[in-house]
Design a protein around this ligand. Sequence first.
Ligand code: OGA
Ligand code: MN
Length: 217
Amino acid sequence: MQKFHTQLTTIIDDLTENGYAICEDFLPAQIIQALAGKAEERYIDGEMLVAKTGKNANTQHSAIRSDSIYWLDEDSLNNSTQTYFAKIEALKVALNQNLFMNLHDIETHLAVYPIGGVYLKHLDQFKQINNGTALIPAQVRQLSSVLYLNDNWQADEGGELRLHLNDTASNNGSKYIDILPIAGRLVLFLSADFWHEVLPATRNRISLTGWFRTRVS
Ligand code: OGA
Ligand code: MN
């Protein structure tokens, strides 16, 4: 496994150049396995929430996204989540120091997509948040991060994160890259800049998603 310092250098370079970065083996394999185990347990025990989208969070749009989620907070800390938070915090500090990103905190959830589950093309940050009109939330998602927890994931099992490389909702001919949800892989991208989607898979797809937020005052 690469040293954290080396991983950070690559992440900082790639974010600067492309607005996104892919880092392999972000955490040790046994931590990834423990996180996956926790997610599976909660999924099987029915402790996860069916994810909601859109402005009215009371409506369920299973056609838009079909994952079940579990928000992580101080109460849900254990060995593996603590290791995750420690490293993600160190990443935050490094990004603030090197890229002046002003990242303040992170919101995080485990997610399980069932077989065939998708998340249609979307942005993690609503553009209109920044235009100075009313109802500006106190926290704005600045940088999206997805850590994949799927042991031995094969290319023909699908479930790619499709990251669109030009900034448009409906450009069907757009350039994109497909990223397999391989255990230990961390994907980072600027939340306001990248439309993205989750493609269907032939097995359950597990991830730990986090959004670094800036404080707006
Ligand atoms: C999300 C999301 C991508 C992925 O949760 O907003 O886009 O690859 N997830 O799980
Ligand atoms: Mn997203």
